[in-house]
Design a protein around this ligand. Structure first.
Ligand code: ATP
Length: 362
């Protein structure tokens, strides 16, 4: 099922301003759409509007061609999974999963089939007769998913469902959720503040900040073509380096002249109108070149090295005292305290208008 939002807005009672405004979006059938953004940006508000748990102040919400603004949650054909799992503690796993179907007065045989099928899919058959308190956090999360799956909804809505799990389990459940989505094909909308979850799971990411959409697209578009500095900083770990400067005589020159960079031919076309203006460059930590034998180079002193195994993160300082983060393969032999020459992969430079923060080389 498609979920379409036209000029959606939410203004909570007693609040002076709109929490969300001008939300125009189309989530396609079978999409795994991740709503991403920092705390307080309005992610949960948007999800609750789609679920029917929040009233819609302005705009229209459609499920395919059907306008659902005033349709109550139980008639929207959705299933929601919360961060807190919200399982009934006195019921077995089986009864928790069966609950919504029992309430719908489905036949016992059908309920039994659905619960067992979901349990098999989620590999929780062994625990069907345990109580929530007797199983682990990861297993409880699966039960919460199972409870949503048995309803066979047209849309799954998930609000930070993995945030109570430890890092290893979260990584595992990410893959499980993607597998599950591939096998069920149900349109899913998933809220998180974790860019890794968005990058690894989404077919479509919606990045919100301050109640506004910053960018909509595929994960690789966010990484390779962030539309503004906020997006560039939000996606990618370690965080992208943003260096302020000017565009002078066909070159980018940093504020203190420590870095000078000649753009690629393609980028120079976009930069034509920016001669003499303040611009910023963004360069991801892994797009520096060690040694920098060709093109523009600069020197940086390595203060701290974080060894992550397959890669090393170098926290370095430029001559003017500003910070720079550089990622290198783990086997490269850098030491703290050393000064080295680095270059740029000039095809990987993001140029931004310093005034608006908007991307220049589209
Ligand atoms: P988090 O990741 O911290 O959960 P979020 O992006 O999901 O944040 P929301 O929970 O949607 O953000 O909240 C967005 C804004 O709306 C916040 O400023 C919050 O205080 C406000 N808000 C949320 N619910 C209500 C409510 N029921 N009444 C009034 N204001 C609310």
């Amino acid at each position: 099922m498609k979920v379409i939002m036209k000029n959606l807005g939410e203004k909570y009672e007693g609040r002076e301003n709109f929490t969300l405004r001008n939300i125009n979006l189309e989530i396609d059938d079978q999409d795994f759409c991740v709503i991403l953004g920092p705390s307080g940006c309005g992610k949960t508000t948007l999800l609750r509007m789609i679920a029917g748990l929040n009233s819609i102040t302005e705009g229209d919400l459609y499920f395919d061609e059907r306008r659902v603004n005033t349709i109550p949650p139980k008639d929207r054909d959705i299933a929601m999974v919360f961060q807190s799992y919200a399982l009934y503690p006195h019921m077995t796993v089986y009864d928790n999963m069966a609950f919504s179907l029992v309430m719908r007065k489905e036949r016992k045989k059908l309920i039994d089939e659905r619960v067992k099928e979901a349990a098999k899919l989620l590999q929780i058959e062994e625990y069907l007769y345990a109580k929530p308190a007797d199983i682990s956090g990861g297993q409880r999360q699966r039960v919460a998913l199972g409870r949503a799956i048995v309803r066979n909804p047209s849309v799954f809505l998930m609000d930070e469902p993995l945030s109570n799990l430890d890092a290893k389990l979260r990584e595992h459940m990410r893959v499980e959720l993607v597998r599950l989505h591939k096998s069920l094909g149900t349109t899913s909308i998933y809220v998180t503040h974790d860019q890794t979850e968005a990058m690894t799971m989404a077919t479509k990411i919606i990045l919100l900040d301050d109640g506004k959409i910053q960018q909509v697209g595929k994960p690789e578009e966010f990484y390779n073509k962030p539309e503004n500095i906020f997006v560039a900083r939000f996606i990618g770990s370690p965080t992208i380096n943003i260096i302020k400067g000017k565009y002078k005589g066909g070159k980018f020159v940093s504020e203190t002249d420590t870095i000078a960079l000649t753009p690629s031919k393609e980028d120079a076309e976009y930069l034509k109108d920016f001669e003499g203006k303040e611009i910023s460059i963004g360069i991801r930590p892994e797009r520096f070149e060690s040694g920098g034998e060709f093109g523009d180079t600069f020197e940086a002193t390595i203060d701290v090295i974080e060894m992550l195994g397959k890669e090393k993160t170098l926290f370095a300082t430029l001559k003017d005292g500003s910070d720079l983060v550089i990622s290198t393969p783990g086997h490269y032999d850098y030491k703290e305290g050393e000064t080295h020459t680095f270059g740029f992969d000039i095809k990987a430079i993001h140029y931004f208008d310093s005034e608006t923060g908007e991307r220049i080389n589209r």
